[in-house]
Design a protein around this ligand. Structure first.
Ligand code: MN
Ligand code: MN
Length: 326
């Protein structure tokens, strides 16, 4: 309860415009909590026991059943600590990393493995058998008339000895794209790169064909109808299940951040406190609301849940403004 009170208190010291937002209800009452508390949390959504405990302690009742045995301790089976964010040791000129490298992935770490392609940049975890996040630009140049190539296949760029996820591994789940096939339709070559299994994750049909798809379509409509361009970061985290004898961890949450620009090829230098940003974080569940707007959140809250630093190449003072916005 102390945390709720602290949030209310901090509203008293906000600048005038934020003050109005706070008073009119735009302020996010759960700003210091992970996005799952807005819909449904499970123990699999948290990196550490402490993160789960913070959620349990923030509400008067245990609405998500995080403390099944009622002993006051949430999610006992979670680890006590999570690895800190890796130091930034790798420099890249990829335009798809122009806003930063959220997990400081690099090509020498199999569990935070950076894959750079002309079409996108992506971080992959060998031990989880899945991507961590991907970043990509979308503008008119990436969009055309090419249909889905549907050539799902293992990604040969993974280090030797890493389990190669195959298109047959996902029983019970959709082969969900992180970088959407629909964002890469300029020619068959660029579209085909989205069907590498490193860009695919086990996604419930309800998420993939529901609010996730609606949000993808919303982004492309901004390009087609309003001439905007996008920089998108998307990722997955948590565990709801596993596949392929434990070699693939099925995520419990899916998130995406869309930065919307008027200029066709934006970089971090184009980000201002006024830059339009949409962030969503959804359960990878079989029951889900079809409206993507239900899952609006802030970048700060995605960072809290994942341990990443999104938009790290944007100046700190601008990150502070845009990442707190819902
Ligand atoms: Mn999809
Ligand atoms: Mn950040």
């Amino acid at each position: 309860m102390l945390t709720r009170y602290a949030v209310a208190l901090s509203a008293l010291f906000l600048p005038a415009c934020d003050m109005v937002a706070a008073l009119t209800g735009d302020a996010d009452p759960n700003a210091d909590l992970p996005p799952c508390v807005d819909n449904v949390c499970t123990c699999g959504d948290f990196r550490t026991q402490g993160d789960a405990q913070h959620v349990l302690d923030s509400f008067w009742d245990d609405q998500y059943g995080l403390d099944g045995d009622g002993n006051g301790t949430a999610c006992e089976r979670l680890p006590a600590t999570a690895p800190p964010l890796a130091p930034a040791t790798y420099f890249s000129n990829s335009p798809h990393l122009a806003f930063g490298n959220p997990s400081n992935a690099d090509p020498d770490n199999a569990n935070n493995f950076l894959i750079e392609k002309d079409e996108y940049a992506l971080a992959y975890s060998a031990e989880q058998g899945r991507l961590l996040w991907a970043g990509w630009h979308v503008n008119f140049d990436w969009l055309g008339r090419t249909g889905r190539q549907d050539d799902f296949r293992p990604d040969g760029t993974l280090p030797k000895g890493v389990y190669q996820v195959t298109p047959r591994d996902y029983s019970g789940y959709d082969r969900g794209h992180m970088v959407p096939s629909g964002d890469r339709t300029a020619n068959p070559g660029v579209n085909s790169e989205t069907f590498l299994m490193t860009n695919i994750f086990p996604q419930t049909a309800a998420n993939n064909r529901g609010p996730w798809r609606e949000f993808e379509n919303y982004g492309r409509d901004l390009i087609y109808q309003q001439g905007k361009s996008l920089y998108v970061l998307g990722g997955i985290y948590g565990q709801r299940d596993s596949l392929a004898d434990g070699k693939i961890t099925v995520p419990s949450r899916t998130w995406k951040v869309m930065l919307i620009f008027d200029t066709p090829n934006p970089t971090a230098a184009n980000v201002t406190p006024q830059t339009e940003i949409i962030a969503v974080d959804m359960p990878n569940s079989r029951r889900i609301d079809d409206q993507w707007q239900t899952y609006l959140t802030s970048i700060d809250r995605i960072e809290l849940a994942t341990g990443y630093d999104l938009l790290s190449d944007v100046p700190e003072e601008i990150q502070a403004v845009i990442e707190a916005r819902r």
